[in-house]
Design a protein around this ligand. Structure first.
Ligand SMILES: O=P(O)(O)O[C@@H]1C[C@H](O)[C@@H](CO)O1
Length: 292
């Protein structure tokens, strides 16, 4: 694969980035949030913000996708110290998979203990509606079946073990908390729990692929998140994942629907307020300092 020609970042390179950030801000985040496509408004609700463009952070890749602004924002959300990626990196942008997940290890070195990964996704489950929020219960790493796993390559034990378990990837207590918070907010009509499947993109799925993924047990399909989650679990972060169902996957040959990025961003805008309330309330209820 052409991307693997690039030299991987060492533990020391990661430390350089983390130490640079720690020297530039007084914030010491315990929760990291990754904003999915069209969900960047979430980052704007942080109080006492200190913000860095990705272009000024040593070793950081750049965002190239519309709807991913490209800045790292530190601040407090509902009283909790957070760091928020307003814009993530995707494999389809041409980054090697280890670079896509670079920020996760930076979060670990900053002292983060819990990560909230959000994304926009197509709804494969026929009961799902556009605008539903799916709490991710588990994932299917389809690129991983073909060897595209971010942990392929030499393992640095300072980050984590060679063979991490993924049977507990999405923290059960946090999933339960998310469902409780959803109920309390009166959001039950559009909160779901399901399985997210990652593909590499950037092309959307064919009808046959959507049918196959649904048969395999996937409720939603997207182009991100799973690689971040694998690296997060490898270095011991606690994970909760949330998918906004921005479009229904096309499952019928007589349908004239076509998934498109504009619809994805529009749904993000349309659900922005409730999505922000949901995440902010959840953050307020998360127990910190390894008290889990
Ligand atoms: O970053 P996420 O996974 O939210 O973005 C999804 C996948 C593609 O990047 C894009 C397609 O519209 O949205």
């Amino acid at each position: 694969m052409f991307q693997e020609d690039e030299k991987r970042f060492s533990y020391e390179d990661h430390k350089t980035t983390a130490d640079w950030l720690l020297s530039k801000t007084h914030h010491r985040p315990l929760i990291a949030i990754i904003c999915g496509s069209g969900l960047g408004a979430l980052a704007d609700s942080l109080k006492d913000q200190v913000s860095f463009k990705y272009s000024e952070i040593p070793n950081f890749p750049q965002s190239t996708v519309h709807g991913h602004a490209g800045c790292l924002i530190f601040g407090n959300l509902n009283g909790k110290p957070c760091v928020c990626m307003k814009g993530r990196f995707h494999f389809y942008e041409g980054y090697p998979i280890w670079k896509v997940t670079f920020p996760i290890r930076i979060f670990h070195l900053l002292g983060v203990e819990t990560i909230i990964v959000t994304n926009a996704a197509g709804g494969l489950n026929q009961e799902y509606k556009v605008g539903d929020i799916m709490v991710i219960k588990d994932h299917l790493n389809l690129p991983g079946f073909a060897g595209n796993n971010p942990l392929v390559g030499p393992n640095d034990e300072r980050f984590g073990t060679r063979f991490p378990s993924m049977s507990d990837a999405y923290n059960a207590d946090l999933r339960k908390l998310a469902c409780t918070v959803g109920k309390e907010l009166g959001f039950s009509d559009f909160i779901r729990e399901g399985v997210y499947c990652v593909l590499s993109g950037p092309s959307f799925e064919t009808i046959a692929e959507c049918r196959m993924l649904n048969c395999l047990g996937a409720d939603a399909v997207g182009m991100s998140t799973v690689h971040e989650v694998i690296v997060a679990r490898h270095c011991g972060l606690r994970v909760i994942g949330l998918s906004l169902i921005t479009n229904k996957s096309v499952m019928e040959y007589d349908s004239s629907e076509k998934p498109n990025h504009e619809e994805v961003l529009e749904t993000g805008k349309w659900r922005a307020e409730q999505f922000q309330t949901f995440v902010s309330t959840l953050v307020g209820r998360i127990e910190l300092n390894n008290n889990f």
